[in-house]
Design a protein around this ligand. Structure first.
Ligand SMILES: Cc1ncc(COP(=O)(O)O)c(C=O)c1O
Length: 399
């Protein structure tokens, strides 16, 4: 076969998309016998398999001419209406996306270009960093923790520069598992409203709270305070099934129109059958489903924390998640989580080293543990293995 010099043909955007070292590392987690805290996958026992099978068959049989036809880019109207009613917004402001991941890419397309500043937390969601990076922006970062981003650092950053938007995950942050308290949400909104900066709020884990109730989103708070500059993203991935790839963005009409135009060029629309199926599954017993999802993750988180509390040596710090799927861990300064990763694989357990979650570098001593796909027994065993891997790495004084 005559070869083609592919790399000379790739555009600038392609060059910015690098194979991440993390993907290479994560391949190791697929080895047989490895207990993996690495993936960000939802718990498969929560997937509505039977209900989905029945509903899909019925939809195809009875409404196949709609389910199998092209549909509007904005989304299947009854699903937009459902989301509108659920969130208390005008359905005209709702765009159904092919996963929130697509919304992140569309935001990059619409708002970012070479060199444009975009502000995010350090650490932040790797998928967002990757999606934005393809457009060549300049990442500005503010440290974040169990109570969300450092507001003083954020204020200073906003005084220096006006980012195209500020990307935040206020509830059960991926990867740092933080939950921004209500008062802090309000303060943050004052800051951004005054600066007139747009916030992209990624609320992928909105329903996965372990406490009594959900905190109001930045979006809700902004709307009640009369500020329209919050674009809201959430998804059915964590409450139904990620493989359906159905999520939504809510934005004021002018911004939404641009996102719709961008989506047209990407996939015309999110698969109609999947949108109809999501709606069918939501119509039946959503509150009961959400209760169950929250209970399952709460129990897994508890099991993880009990195991960590009894096995982790001194000097290792970790978050106590109030929702979501992750525990974020900090090793003593100077101890590398990538080095720990190699030792952990040898012990038969995996996690994600934290470095790649920092858009501008850093975080070498951090890591993310997901408890979502494991049961109590495997969580306990995995943590024991992790503790063994840690033993050889920790400085004596930290043990
Ligand atoms: C913070 C955050 N945003 C977005 C996504 C992507 O979700 P979706 O399955 O809707 O594309 C994830 C998935 O892990 C996530 O953690």
């Amino acid at each position: 076969m005559k070869p083609v010099d592919w790399s000379s043909l790739f555009g600038q955007g392609a060059e910015r998309i690098q194979a991440s070292t993390i993907r290479e590392l994560l391949k190791l987690t697929q080895r047989p016998g490895i207990l993996s805290f690495a993936g960000g996958l939802p718990a498969p026992e929560l997937f509505p398999k039977e209900e989905a099978a029945e509903a899909a068959a019925k939809l195809l049989r009875e409404r196949g001419e709609v389910a199998l036809q092209y549909g509007p880019t904005e989304g299947y109207a009854p699903l937009r209406a459902f989301v509108g009613a659920w969130l208390g917004v005008d359905p005209e402001e709702v765009l159904i996306t092919t996963g929130s991941q697509q919304a992140l890419d569309l935001l990059g397309k619409v708002f970012l270009e070479e060199g444009s500043p975009v502000l995010l937390e350090a650490p932040s969601y790797l998928g967002a960093i990757q999606a934005f990076r393809a457009y060549g922006p300049r990442f500005l970062t503010v440290p974040t923790g169990e109570e969300g981003p450092d507001l003083e650092a954020l204020r200073e950053a906003l005084l220096r520069e006006r980012p195209r938007f500020l990307y935040l995950i206020p509830s059960f942050q991926n990867p740092a598992s933080g939950l921004m308290p209500l008062a802090k949400r309000q303060k943050l909104l004052e800051l951004v409203t005054e600066a007139g900066v747009v916030v992209v709020e990624d609320d992928a884990y909105r329903e996965l709270y372990f406490g009594e109730r959900r905190l109001p989103s930045l979006f809700e708070l902004a709307r009640s305070a009369g500020y329209e500059g919050v674009i809201y993203l959430s998804s059915f991935s964590k409450i139904l099934a990620p493989g359906l790839r159905v999520a939504f963005a809510v934005a004021p009409k002018e911004a939404l129109k641009k996102l719709v135009q961008a989506k047209q060029g990407v996939d015309l629309h999110t698969p109609t059958l999947n949108q109809m199926l999501v709606l069918e599954l939501l119509k039946e017993g959503l509150p009961a489903r959400l209760e169950r999802v929250r209970r399952v993750y709460r129990e897994k988180a508890q099991a993880m924390l009990e195991a960590l509390d009894s096995a982790m040596p001194q000097g290792v710090r970790y978050t106590r998640p109030q929702g979501g799927m992750f525990v974020w861990m900090e090793l003593p300064e100077g101890v590398s989580s990538e080095e720990l990763f190699q030792k952990a694989i040898a012990e038969g357990v995996a996690f994600v080293p934290g470095g790649p979650f920092f858009a501008n570098g850093g975080g070498e001593n951090t890591l993310r543990l997901s408890y979502a796909t494991m049961d109590r027994a495997r969580i306990q065993e995995g943590v024991k293995r992790l503790a063994r891997a840690l033993e050889s790495l920790l400085p004596l004084k930290a043990r």
